[in-house]
Design a protein around this ligand. Structure first.
Ligand SMILES: Cc1cc2nc3c(=O)[nH]c(=O)nc-3n(C[C@H](O)[C@H](O)[C@H](O)COP(=O)(O)O)c2cc1C
Length: 410
């Protein structure tokens, strides 16, 4: 179960709806943030968060390998993909994927995937609270004990030693359909009381020292009733002590299709001054990060599809904050990332039956996106599609990313 949907990439990259925002100068906005710094609540919540963006949860993509690559390019914070509370409680594959202990064992300098926000999603307040505890504790107790917690046990953290997670994010945004008439993800926007019960149960279960954040769509659909539901849930989150909400400026009904409404996101921010809001939707290139901040007034931006196969967006954002021109990756830089990403993915997948085959398959999705930086993008993409394992991967790199192109910009 994940937030992926068949239509997720149905729309060609288009700008978010931002009437009047045409003249915004992304360069000036970035440089201004570089001079003045980010909103103080960002580093107060996530120590070290010194830039107004993070890498979004992206089901099927944003595993530890993608996250570490993003961090190496200047991304100050990453969020895991949404894990269903039940998957977590069952100790299934979902949790193993988020269990960074496994990766730490394999990656030299295992602190590379830090800071990290763990995202959960579900249908029942008790299960969500128990899942949040299990995530923070990284499954330190026996699986049966977490199940008991979900069924009415005393919801409290026992294992307070270093968690890999610096915050927990509640997903009220995923558009994947309800199962057995039970709401989850974005479907809670049609049932605000249930959504608030979940927010409260998780907040009550975790110590105050563990920050909570919320991922939410701007509405379920475009009716006034659903817009009101959004405001109720959004306000409740802050009243309960959630540090911030990331608002995806599309409706749940839209899934990932059609433009996001930066104008409506701006209205939300203006109606609730003083609240730290992150924005999401139609961040395709580095300038969009700063245009969204400048137009809507959000404190920061969640980078999603715009960073798949494009970790350089983070480096470019940092360059713009320093007042420099963002530059595209050289062929040599692309090759380095392609090599590193495959190697990291192999480690992440080392527990699987055939890690190389699995990694070859997952890396194809990335390669298609990485190829767009190459001057012969179409041909390179076609070659990557045939990749089955590390040898094939290296073959494409040798053929198309030869070191004699070192230093050449695309
Ligand atoms: C393939 C895919 C998987 C996603 N998985 C998640 C997820 O697990 N958790 C989450 O909060 N958002 C998820 N999202 C939503 C993104 O974080 C983001 O809100 C959305 O893509 C809008 O931003 P964009 O238009 O800039 O891509 C996913 C989006 C896509 C396309």
């Amino acid at each position: 179960m994940s937030c992926e949907t068949a239509s997720r990439n149905a729309t060609e990259p288009t700008p978010g709806v931002a009437p009047g925002g045409e003249g915004l100068d992304a360069r000036a906005i970035a440089a201004e943030i570089g001079r003045t710094g980010v909103h103080p609540l960002l580093p107060a919540t996530i120590p070290g968060m010194d830039a107004p963006f993070y890498q979004a949860g992206l089901a099927g993509y944003s595993d530890a390998a993608m996250r570490i690559i993003a961090r190496r390019h200047g991304c100050p914070l990453c969020v895991t993909e949404a894990l269903l509370d039940r998957t977590l409680l069952a100790g299934g594959r979902g949790f193993a994927k988020a269990d960074l202990g496994e990766l730490h064992d394999n990656v030299p300098g295992g602190e590379d995937d830090h800071p990290l926000v763990g995202q959960i999603m579900g249908s029942d307040p008790g299960e969500m609270a128990a899942a949040a505890i299990k995530m923070v504790e990284q499954g330190a107790r026996r699986p049966k004990e977490y199940r008991k917690l979900a069924e009415g046990g005393e919801l409290a953290i026992e294992h307070t030693s270093e968690s890999s997670f610096q915050a927990i994010d509640i997903n009220l945004a995923c558009p994947v359909k309800k199962i057995a008439k039970k709401a989850r993800g974005g479907h809670w926007l049609a049932e605000p009381d249930g959504a608030i019960d979940i927010l409260k149960a998780v907040r009550d279960a975790l110590p105050e020292s563990m920050p909570l954040t919320l991922k939410i769509r701007r509405s379920f659909d475009d009716t006034p009733e659903m817009a009101r539901n959004f405001m109720r849930i959004f306000d409740a989150a802050y009243d309960l002590g959630y540090a911030w909400a990331t608002v995806h400026a599309r409706t749940v009904q839209q899934k990932y299709v059609g433009p996001s409404r930066w104008d409506l996101l701006r209205d939300i921010v203006q109606q609730r001054p003083g609240r730290v809001v992150f924005g999401s939707g139609d961040i395709w290139k580095v300038q969009d990060i700063f245009r969204m901040i400048g137009y809507t007034g959000v404190a920061g931006v969640s980078v999603a599809r715009g960073c798949i196969g494009n970790p350089w967006i983070f480096r470019q954002a940092r360059a713009m904050m320093a007042g420099d021109e963002p530059r595209p990756p050289t062929i040599a830089e692309q090759r380095q990332v392609l090599e590193d990403h495959f190697e990291l993915a192999l480690r992440v997948n080392s527990g699987m039956r055939d890690p190389e085959h699995h990694t070859g398959k997952t890396m194809r999705k990335f390669a298609i996106r990485f190829a767009q930086h190459h001057p012969a993008g179409d041909e390179v993409r076609k070659r990557f599609i045939g990749v089955k394992g590390l040898e094939d991967w290296r073959g494409v790199l040798g053929e198309w990313y030869a070191t004699d192109s070192l230093g050449k910009s695309t």
